[in-house]
Ligand binder design. Structure first.
Ligand SMILES: [Zn+2]
Length: 274
């Protein structure tokens, strides 16, 4: 039976849905039920119910000092640009020509939780990962739970990597691709954590370390899906290491919590740490 949301999309866009679209809408409906009922997340009524019609990826600029993994004085952890990629390029170059390390990061997923073409076309395991990741952001926001940014991103990723395969196993039994995706995420995060550790211990060898880490990331991306290539395929400089510090540094802590406490929902896991 066609779900309510796919019916609405049909009406709005006046186009027949393909079999793939119908399957994806059904997957999304079941995932929303899982987030609400099994993970007990407050995702509200609007969560991934509307489309971002322009379909443009959103830009973020990360800037780090060249001698450490931190933004310059007065600059936030990232500069949110949105859809204006020309402005993003200009901000990127403003910092790059001052010798700072910059990263122009483009993403299909934000906690505004709107559908877009890039997200829709990712393989199933990536789509599920992104939706769960954003669900944790939305939940924390709606519950007014403030946790440090670096913990929040790591919690979102660990939650998506832990529950994504469990959700897919529960609906279809097909979850090998989700396990492979998790393995690649974890391999990359282990390499980045190692690189960060070495960076502070051997600053004189930073250039060599960044080059070696880029090779390590590229090796993992040979086996990765399109989402992971979009997410990690950037030159590894200090801005890259700084961005992924927020995702990777505490990732294994949260993942261990999920394993130790037998798949508890994130709401139970997060307060345990504070
Ligand atoms: Zn996030």
């Amino acid at each position: 039976m066609r779900s309510f949301i796919s019916f609405i999309a049909c009406v709005i866009f006046s186009v027949p849905l393909s079999a793939t679209d119908t399957t994806r809408y059904e997957l999304l409906d079941r995932l929303r039920d899982y987030l609400r009922n099994d993970l007990r997340l407050d995702i509200g009524d609007e969560f991934y119910t509307t489309w971002n019609e322009s379909g443009t990826r959103l830009s973020y600029i990360y800037v780090s000092r060249p001698d450490t993994l931190a933004p310059p004085e007065g600059v936030d952890a990232f500069i949110y640009i949105g859809e204006d990629s020309l402005r993003a390029d200009s901000v990127f170059f403003t910092y790059a020509i001052q010798n700072y390390h910059s990263l122009h990061y483009r993403t299909a997923g934000t906690s505004a939780a709107k559908l877009n073409a890039a997200l829709w076309n990712y393989p199933e395991e990536a789509f599920v990962f992104i939706v769960i990741h954003e669900a944790v952001h939305v939940h924390l926001q709606r519950m007014h739970k403030k946790i440090p940014y670096e913990d929040e991103e790591a919690l979102c990723d660990a939650t998506a990597d832990h529950f994504g395969p469990l959700f897919l196993r529960s609906i279809s039994g097909e979850y090998k691709a989700a396990l492979r995706q998790r393995k690649i995420n974890e391999n990359i995060y282990a390499k980045l954590n190692h690189a960060e550790d070495r960076f502070y211990k051997e600053k004189t060898k930073a250039e060599m370390l960044r080059a070696r880490t880029e090779k390590d990331v590229q090796r993992q991306l040979k086996k990765a899906n399109a989402f992971q290539v979009d997410r990690y395929n950037y030159p590894v400089n200090n801005a890259y290491l700084m961005r992924y510090h927020s995702y990777a540094h505490n990732y294994f802590f949260f993942r261990a919590q999920y394993l130790e406490y037998n798949s508890r929902p994130p709401d139970v896991i997060a307060p345990r740490c504070y």
